[in-house]
Each structure stands twice: as C-alpha cells, then as structure tokens.
Design a protein around this ligand. Structure first.
Ligand code: C2E
Ligand code: CA
Ligand code: CA
Length: 552
C-alpha cells in the first residue's frame, strides 16, 4: 500500500514500556507517533493533539484505565468518535475482539504482531475514515446541512427505485432578489438567513422527506404526494423573528415522473417558480400543462436562435435620445427585435432573459455590436452627422476575456471614433464578480468608450455600483419618472439628478411619454431624454430619416 503524502499521527496506548518503545520505533519511519501508558493518558493525548491524531493503537489490558474503559469513555465523550481505534489483543481472545468491536473499535491486530500487518491496518483504517469524511463533506452542504445538489438528486432516485408504488412531489424554494439582499445585508447575515430557511422551510412542507440545496438560494424538497392544493398548503409565514426582510417563492411539481431525471423535475419546479418572481401577492406556482407548453416554446426559441442570426431575423431598432441642451438628437439606443418567420414579432423582454440563462446572449450581443458599427459607418459615409449609439451589455458578456479589447478592435475595424459607441450596463450587472466587471469597465472607459448605467432607480441597480464602477452616464429608470409625475412628488427624481451631478455623470431619462414629464426633467437639469414623447425605437431606415429631420 502507498504511503500518505503527508505524515499522519498515530497514538500508541500500551502499558508495557519496552513493547511500546519497540512499536513506536518501528512505526516512526511512516508516522508521527504519540505515546501513552494507559487509557486515561491516552484520552488526554487525544485532547492535546487537537484533532491531529488519525488513528489509535490500543492495548486491551492495562492498569488504571484499560482498553475497554478507554472505548467507553471515548463513546461517552463523543468528540473522538471519528478517530479509528485498532485494538491489540492476545491471539486466543475472540470474546475480547467481539466486545471491542461492539464498543466502537474499528479493527484489531493480534499479538505477537507482524509490523507490516500493523502498518497496513493503520493505513487502511485511516484511508477509510478520510474517504468517508470526504464523502460526508460532499454529501452535505456545509452551510445549511441539507444534501448537496448531486446527493439530493441521487437520493431521490434511490428512493423512487425502492418505493415503486408511492407518489412524490418536489417543492423548490427560492428567495426573490437574493443578490440584492446579499449586497444590502452582507454575506454573514445572509448565510445565517439561509441556515434559518433551511431549518424552517421543511417544517411547513406537508409530507416532507428530505431536502437539498440545489442553488445558492434555491432549496429542493421531496415530499409525499399531496392531494390538496399546494397554493394553500404552503401559506405559513416565516418572516416573524427574521431580521432580513424577504420574499420566498415556491415552485412545485406534482407526482414526479419516474422516467424524468430528478434534475429535470427540479427544473420544472423552478420554471414554475420563475414565472412568479418579483410578484408580491403570489408565492406558490405549480408546474402544469400551460407551463409545459411555454417551456416547449422557449425550447424552440433557444434551439432556433443561431439559424435566426444567420437568416438575419434579428433586427436593430434605434431609439433617439434627445439632448435638452441643444434641442436636437444627441444619440440613440440600439434595441434588438426578432422578426420570427412563424411567431412574428418577438419582444426582447421575451427572449433576452432566455438567452441570458443559456449564454446565447453573448453571441447575440456581439452580433448586435457589429451591426451597430456597420450602421454608424453607413451614416458617416452617407454624410450624416453621426450621433453616438449605445448598445446593451449583459452581465454574461463580462465573462468574455478582454471584452474591452474585442469591442475596441470592432470599432477600429469600422474606423469609428470610440466615443461614438456607448456601453449600457443592464440592470443588476453588479453581483457575481464585481472585481472583474469594474476592471473591464475601466478598460472600456480608458479606451474612450462612454459607460452608461442603465435603469438607475429600478431597485436593481444599487448605490454600491455608483461608488465602485467607472461610469459616465446615469440612465434614470422610467419607473421613477412615472412615479414622480403620477404622485407629483419629485423627491427621488431630484435626489437622483443631484447625485449624478455630484458625481459628474450626465443623465438620460428613459421612458418619457408626456410634455409634463419633459418640462419637469428640464427643471431638474436632466441632459437627455429618451422615450415615446420624442420617438419610439425606429428601424434603421426610419431612424436615418429621423436624424435627417432632427439633427442639423
Ligand atoms: P432597456 O435597455 O431599459 O430599454 C428600454 C426599453 O424601454 C425598451 O424596451 C424600449 O422600447 C422601452 N421604451 C422606450 N421608451 C419608452 C416609453 O416612452 N414608454 C414605454 N412604455 N417604453 C419605452 P425593449 O426594446 O422591449 O427592451 C427591453 C429590454 O431588453 C431593454 O431594456 C434591455 O434591457 C433589453 N435589450 C434590448 N435590446 C438588447 C440587446 O441588444 N442586448 C441586450 N443584452 N439586451 C437588450
Ligand atoms: Ca438599455
Ligand atoms: Ca433601461
């Protein structure tokens, strides 16, 4: 048997000094060895070693505290349960051996022993225990104590195989806006919160069998099939006594199909759940035929995305940004549309989230950026006074190594001044990898591209991002503009414009539809206005006509 890469520590408990010394000498080439002359000293050594002892070699008969008493005390204490014990017994004492094994010893060697046999027994019990510990670590999520994802799936499968006639449901739970909570309350408090949920949620699920953590804030629970309506079964409120204010959503799949992989059933439950995300009055969704139909449709959309690019089905619309300073068009935002041969016009609100989930967004965004560069080149060549065009950049796009270099190369290929391309960071950009995003933005900014923070005030963008990201422009989300004009309370809007001013950021107001909104924004000192009041997003040719008319 191979040796360990790092020396393990073995404790030898034996009263006969000469025997003990010989044994220790023989073990020393492969192990760190500690010694004790009786069981009590042995327990003391274990305690002093503070978890370092990997195995104990224990004599049965000793004065003061013998091997049996050592095992008994160890069992009562509980702290050293996981340290394997090899008993050293006389050759004729089968009864002793059985007794020791019953009391928790792992193995035994008989005297007089062969040292190679002893070494190999020690190594094999250590290996066994270490792999069991590793397995245990993999099996359980260390934060919540629930099963890890793989083990949850595996254990559900085992249970389904063993209980052929029983029916089960799966309930998945997910915290709305967990990312924002994490940012707001900090990691430690959110970790406590997840532990709290892992303990409480199973308590409110009727017929719960066991649960697993299948995503950072997503738990899955197997439950015996319930005839009742899950929307009524899961009504208990877990908010009381919890300092973090949260909104928990449940997705349920009933009577899971034994032929569908468990991960697939969980996908269905979380799909149901996603449909009610962000809705305050609904907390439970059950996967049903309607969802199956939507899922099939989404699947077709995703499958068909690449050919759709090839066929030129994605078209870019340009929505003008009106400059209040010059009263002319000061820029535009590129917004993608999908003209599907069968399904017709599909709005980005439908397919962008799908593409963000499967990663296709990056392929599409690169395509869009190139089309925008092509359009800018066409405008310049056509003698138009070109205005900067902003493109949307999803969080996923930041995973591309040297994103700034790619975009710079693209702009250079079309011989465009970099200031003509603006980068809009879509909502909740800040989150997974703030360091990387911050660095990429700085690179983009240093390359001369203008950075716009999209949807400010929507509840997704946060003040943290203002502080840590290199930005040039703040886009005020249409929700705060609506809210201000609807309530005649301009507090938030004024705060946002003051903040932008203080940070020397230009402001763009989005979704502006009325003259009243325009005059309020003028008073507040907003720089640009984008919205139906001036123009809807326009297809390329109409945008050119618009520019010709509005951009002297
Ligand atoms: P966004 O970037 O916040 O874009 C503004 C959305 O508001 C657009 O919706 C636009 O058509 C709409 N809008 C503009 N003015 C008004 C108005 O006065 N009233 C109202 N009610 N709506 C107005 P759209 O085009 O449906 O885009 C939705 C979202 O999809 C965008 O939100 C953006 O996050 C995403 N998106 C669009 N194109 C792309 C793209 O090429 N790449 C990426 N990654 N995301 C995109
Ligand atoms: Ca945008
Ligand atoms: Ca926006």
């Amino acid at each position: 048997m191979d040796s360990f890469s790092e020396m393990r520590t073995v404790l030898v408990v034996e009263d006969n000094e000469m025997n003990r010394e010989i044994l220790c000498d023989l073990l020393m080439d492969e192990f760190e060895v500690l010694q004790a002359e009786n069981g009590l000293v042995g327990l003391q050594r274990l305690e002093e070693a503070n978890g370092k002892v990997s195995a104990v070699l224990l004599d049965v008969y000793m004065p003061v505290c013998d091997g049996f008493e050592f095992l008994e005390r160890r069992q009562k204490d509980g702290r050293f349960d996981s340290v394997p014990v090899i008993m050293m017994t006389a050759s004729d004492s089968v009864d002793d051996e059985i007794h020791c094994l019953e009391m928790g010893a792992t193995d035994f060697v008989t005297k007089p022993y062969n040292i190679e046999v002893v070494k190999n027994r020690i190594k094999s019990v250590i290996r066994l225990r270490e792999s069991a510990a590793m397995l245990n670590r993999l099996e359980r999520d260390s934060l919540t104590g629930l099963y890890s994802k793989e083990f949850f799936f595996h254990n559900v499968e085992l249970l389904l195989q063993g209980n052929g006639d029983k029916h089960y449901d799966i309930v998945c739970s997910d915290v709305d806006n967990f990312r924002t909570l994490n940012e707001h309350y900090g990691r430690d408090q959110c970790d406590n919160f997840l532990r709290y949920l892992a303990e409480k949620v199973p308590g409110i699920i009727p017929g719960v069998v066991f649960g697993g953590r299948i995503g950072p804030d997503v738990f899955a629970f197997l439950a015996e099939h319930q005839e009742g309506d899950w929307r009524e079964l899961l009504q208990a409120d877990l908010q009381e006594g919890q300092p973090i204010h949260f909104n928990l959503k449940y997705g349920v799949i009933q009577d899971i199909d034994r032929d569908t992989p468990v991960s697939g059933s969980c996908d269905h439950a979380t799909l149901a759940l996603r449909r009610i995300k962000g809705r305050f009055n609904v907390s439970v969704a059950v996967y049903d035929d309607e969802m199956r139909r939507i899922q099939l449709q989404e699947h077709q959309i995703v499958e068909y995305a690449e050919p759709a690019i090839q066929n030129g089905e994605f078209q870019i619309y340009y929505q003008p940004k009106h400059s209040l300073a010059t009263d002319t068009t000061g820029g535009a935002e590129a917004l993608v549309r999908w003209i599907h041969p069968q399904l017709g016009f599909i709005s980005p609100g439908m397919f962008i989230p799908l593409f963000e989930r499967n990663g296709f967004i990056t392929r599409l965004d690169f395509y869009i950026w190139e089309e925008v560069c092509r359009e800018l080149r066409r405008l310049l060549d056509g003698g138009f006074k070109a205005v900067p065009i902003s493109v949307n950049v999803s969080r996923m796009d930041f995973e591309v190594p040297d994103l700034a270099g790619h975009i710079a190369a693209l702009a250079d290929r079309y011989e465009l001044d970099h200031s003509l391309l603006h980068i809009e960071l879509t909502e909740s950009i800040y989150g997974d990898n703030p360091g990387r995003i911050a660095k990429t933005l700085e690179d983009l900014h240093n390359n001369g591209f203008i950075i716009e923070l999209d949807d400010f005030g929507s509840g997704y963008s946060s003040l943290t991002s203002l502080n840590t990201l290199t930005l040039d422009v703040m886009k005020l989300d249409m929700s705060i503009i609506r809210q201000a004009t609807a309530t005649h309370d301009y507090g938030i809007l004024r705060f946002a414009t003051l903040l932008a001013d203080g940070m020397r950021l230009k402001t763009v107001a989005e979704g502006v539809e009325t003259a009243e909104q325009v005059s309020a924004l003028k008073v507040l000192g907003c720089d640009y206005i984008q919205g139906y009041y001036y123009s809807k997003p326009l297809p390329g040719r109409e945008f050119e006509e618009y520019l010709a008319a509005h951009c002297a």
